[in-house]
Design a protein around this ligand. Structure first.
Ligand code: SAH
Length: 345
């Protein structure tokens, strides 16, 4: 069955024609679908049309399977189910400027980063744009009692968005559609481990989306130890692609750097990172490593994070330490799904 919630109004008009419905229905159906409602709740449509839609199409492909609220902060970790029985996860984070949703772009991930739980079982499949939008609809549903909505989105859950670029682009255009969720593209960030040709491709779309690069190392030798993508593209080529992205979109790059004890967190590493990024319009996000028991990697102490940060600042590299959120609810990428899969009989 076709997924209607991943279609633009123009495409929906084509579908309406194919079931002998007037084209103005497309606009109504689009606006309902982008509110996250099911066919049954589309109250201004005739019952006969709703039945017709139900027999040929799916409305909302994503359902909430579990939610875990943090006792430490306002973070909510969500496990969702998909029509084919797969599950994915996401996190709702509460910042001073509102609610941010971290969404997944694939079931699992093929990139094999050593520190990441999402990739332990490989990549199962790409998500559709409808399934990415559905995660926002579910989160909005959870926020309804608080009279709040998702205002920012980060594509930082499971999966490598650049390896699912056509559906990610469709998602970006639908999520920012004026008659839909109308989330500003400036409020959306896309995180990549650095699939260089795709960075150029996205840049050429000229969308004002923030690009985050998961760098995690100050040189290729260290990066190759923890990220297989580093065997394919050098840091130099990756940063060149990022500069191109900046030129095309005017958006500064966010550099993600998870501090891993004994690997990339020494004062020398901080100096080397500073030299690497000197003169580049970017901001470094220092991430305390979320411990993944399956991987024998450990984060660093608060003091080490601070001294790494101090070195970057001394070298005039804009940097902050990312707040740890939902540490008590398996906040790290892929952990919740993994536990769910293990518990299934
Ligand atoms: N594939 C994309 C997006 C998903 S990962 C990417 O690589 O950027 C989202 C972010 O979480 C990345 O910066 C990733 O490196 C980071 N991450 C993954 N596992 C982590 C862990 N255990 N601790 C801290 N950050 C982690």
């Amino acid at each position: 069955m076709k997924e209607l919630s991943g279609m633009f109004p123009e495409e929906l008009a084509g579908e309406m024609a194919s079931i002998s419905e007037p084209s103005y229905r497309a606009k109504q159906v689009f606006s309902w679908l982008q509110k996250g409602v099911s066919f049954d709740q589309m109250t201004n449509l005739p019952a006969a049309l709703r039945e017709k839609l139900k027999s040929s199409y799916t409305d909302q492909p994503v359902r909430i399977l579990e939610k875990h609220e943090s006792a430490l902060d306002d973070t909510v970790k969500v496990l969702y189910s998909l029509p084919d029985g797969n599950c994915i996860e996401g996190v709702i984070m509460h910042y001073h400027y509102g609610y941010t949703l971290c969404i997944s772009t694939q079931v699992g991930c093929a990139m094999g980063c050593l520190f990441c739980a999402s990739t332990l079982e490989g990549c199962v499949r790409n998500l559709t744009a409808a399934e990415m939008l559905g995660q926002i609809h579910c989160a909005n549903e959870l926020l309804r009692p608080k009279d709040a909505r998702i205002g920012h989105v980060v594509l930082m859950g499971s999966g490598e968005p650049m390896l699912n670029l056509p559906e990610v682009l469709r998602f970006l255009r639908l999520a920012s559609h004026e008659q839909g969720l109308n989330i500003s593209l400036r409020h959306i960030s896309l995180s990549t481990c650095g699939v260089v040709p795709k960075v150029y491709e996205l840049a050429d779309e000229h969308l004002p989306v923030t690009l985050s690069l998961s760098l995690h190392a100050p040189n290729d030798r260290i990066r190759r130890q923890i990220m297989p993508i580093a065997d394919k593209y050098t840091i130099s080529d990756t940063l060149k692609a990022c500069r191109y992205y900046l030129e095309q979109t005017g958006r500064r790059i966010i550099i993600e750097y998870a501090l891993i004890d004994g690997i990339n967190a020494s004062p020398e590493n901080a100096e080397e990172l500073s030299r690497l990024l000197r003169g580049m319009q970017c901001h470094v996000n220092l991430i305390p490593l979320n411990h993944v028991p399956e991987r024998h990697l450990f984060g660093v102490s608060e003091r080490q994070v601070q001294s790494f940060l101090d070195i970057l600042e001394k070298n005039h590299i804009s940097a902050t330490r990312r707040r740890e959120m939902g540490d008590d609810i398996q906040g790290a990428c892929g952990q919740l799904r993994k536990h769910h899969l293990e518990e299934k009989p």
